[in-house]
Write a protein that binds this ligand. Structure first.
Ligand SMILES: Cc1ncc(COP(=O)(O)O)c(C=O)c1O
Length: 343
């Protein structure tokens, strides 16, 4: 087997672990054989529902190497629950949460020796696609489906590590259609790609587009959005229009635990002007964790947020989250699931 590149030296998500777990639903419930198999190509019909009608959902979660050498998956149950919901919203066959949970644990166990030391981690990507061979099924759900879990050892999501990010505020084109915002489906990412690419082509400093359709700031193409100062953290209240990030929920619980007030409410772009003078902004997501925002480009202006550098409250929350994930702090919320390491 050819030697794999150092995952911390290559782009995020481009190296894959040796093992994956798969399960199929064939006109009935999902069946999992009970053990992982070697990572490799999958076979589906060219008439598969996913290839024509976009029946594809996925999850993204991480496992972290702990100080004692073991490996712990972060917020496993919550990610499993979100995927079960996504499957239902896309009318895919039902996912039995126990099967998905077991597949994730089995894959991580099998790949445990490929989990990098922090700040690296293991990115876990469960994916569920409609496989029924029927190109007439535009208005029918896929009766058959394939669930698979692949793992990727990863380093930093954003090139350059922890640095203040630059966001472009997008007020015209939405990320996705409102009723699908909270579904983690592949089509949402296809829809957001055009506006993200256009923004980046116009200005190479842009790291992410922050969607604020009709003056309502929700999320970027890959993370949720927060404002913070010494007393409070502010983020958009939950509804169907954007992804209910697991990291978002973790930040809220952690911030409350650290004595911050939590405001979940609409955020108007005009508010950013005031916050830029006295506050902080950050993104939250599994891939990047808590990532500081230094500049927001809005209606022809470049708003420098605070000093333009990572703010103290952002870094305090980031450190607290990372410490729980990597096992250097206690786990008061029961967020870690430790997997067995095969001898
Ligand atoms: C569009 C979008 N919003 C928010 C998030 C953050 O979600 P989580 O914290 O569950 O990773 C993600 C990450 O997958 C995302 O793709």
């Amino acid at each position: 087997m050819t030697e794999k590149p150092d995952p911390l030296a290559v782009p995020f998500g481009t190296v894959f672990c040796d093992w994956m777990a798969t399960a199929r639903a064939e006109d009935g419930p999902l069946v999992y054989g009970g053990s992982p198999e070697p990572f490799g190509d999958l076979t589906i019909s060219p008439a598969a529902h996913v290839l024509h009608y976009g029946s594809s959902i996925f999850e993204g979660l991480k496992a972290h190497r702990q100080p004692d050498g073991s490996v712990a998956i972060f917020r496993l149950d919550t990610h499993v629950a979100r995927m079960v919901t996504s499957a239902a919203l896309l009318r895919l066959p039902e996912i039995d949460p126990d099967i998905l949970l077991q597949m994730i644990v089995d894959a991580v166990e099998a790949n445990a020796d490929e989990v990098p030391e922090p700040p690296g981690s293991l990115y876990i990507r469960p994916t569920f696609v409609g496989t029924g061979a029927d190109i007439g099924a535009a208005a029918h759900p896929a009766p058959s489906a394939l669930l698979f879990v692949v793992n990727s050892p990863v380093g930093d999501y954003f090139k350059g590590g922890i640095r203040p990010l630059t966001l472009q505020l997008e007020t015209l084109t939405p990320r996705t259609v409102p009723q699908f915002g909270m579904v983690k489906c592949a089509a949402n990412y296809a829809m957001a790609l055009g506006s993200t690419m256009d923004a980046m082509a116009a200005n190479e400093a842009i790291d992410q587009v922050l969607f604020a359709t009709d003056g309502d700031i929700t999320e970027t193409g890959a993370s949720n959005f927060f404002l913070a100062d010494n007393e409070r953290v502010v983020t958009r209240h939950l509804d169907e229009s954007f992804l209910h990030g697991v990291t978002r929920d973790s930040v809220i619980q952690l911030a409350r635990h650290h004595g911050y007030e939590i405001e979940e409410r609409p955020i108007d772009p005009e508010e950013l002007i005031d916050w830029s003078e006295r506050g902080e902004a950050f993104l939250s997501g599994t891939a990047a964790g808590i990532a500081p925002v230094g500049t927001i480009l809005y209606s022809g202006k470049a708003l420098t947020i605070g000093s333009g550098q990572p703010g103290p409250n952002t870094m305090r929350l980031r450190q607290a989250l990372t410490a729980i994930q990597t096992g250097t702090a206690p786990d008061p919320f029961n967020w870690r699931t430790t997997v067995q390491i095969r001898g």
